[in-house]
Design a protein around this ligand. Structure first.
Ligand code: S3P
Length: 185
């Protein structure tokens, strides 16, 4: 029944690492942002603009509450999902949570790439470094509280995936997934 959840700041590679990890485990992958976009038929940016952040957060919570608790799955979350404590408690009950821990300089560099720039909370025109700094200061204690840190995150999703697989293989509750079965009674 475990879910393996990935948390972390924007541009830390949660989606790509989650995809890779799910492939490695042979489990389905859910990505809260992608599910929301598909369900609402609007981009994350449009949802923030037209409905506001609170509505987006409510959708995030709803997606998690609707996931099947009895299934094995990998979950990539949006960077702000951690702000919802009841949702984080669900993830913590469902299985291990990993925090893709990427430093500010890397986030700044990565979030400025054209394909990554459509993040409503990192608006152009603001001082991006300052904004990242502010959001990270707010969120880092929560990432740290809930997630086992995986350093480096985004640069090499496959490597981050392997790192997580290795961590999982050391956990007692995951031994059945790594071909070691149960100890004979
Ligand atoms: C957000 C992160 C985004 C997306 C939305 C809000 C945040 O996801 O959910 O723009 O509050 O950090 P990524 O972390 O995948 O960029």
């Amino acid at each position: 029944m475990p879910w393996v959840s990935l948390i972390g700041f924007m541009c830390s590679g949660k989606s790509s690492t989650g995809r890779t990890l799910a492939r490695q485990l042979g489990w389905p992958h859910f990505d809260t942002d992608a599910v929301i976009v598909e369900r609402v038929g609007m981009s994350v940016d449009e949802i923030f603009r037209e409905r506001g952040e609170a509505a987006f957060r409510a959708l995030e919570a709803q997606i998690v509450e609707e996931l099947p608790p009895e299934r094995d799955l990998v979950l990539s979350t949006g960077g702000g999902l951690v702000l919802n404590q009841p949702v984080m408690e669900i993830l913590a009950v469902q299985g291990p949570i990993f925090w893709l821990n990427v430093d500010k300089a890397d986030v700044l560099e990565r979030c400025q790439r054209p394909w990554a720039a459509r993040r409503p909370l990192l608006r152009a025109g603001e001082d991006l470094a300052e904004r990242i700094d502010q959001l990270m200061t707010e969120r880092e204690p929560i990432y740290r509280k809930y997630g086992a840190p995986i350093p480096g995150g985004f640069a090499h999703p496959r490597e981050a995936g392997r790192h997580i697989l290795n961590e999982l293989s050391l956990r007692e509750e995951f031994r059945v997934y790594f071909g070691r079965g149960q100890d004979p009674e």
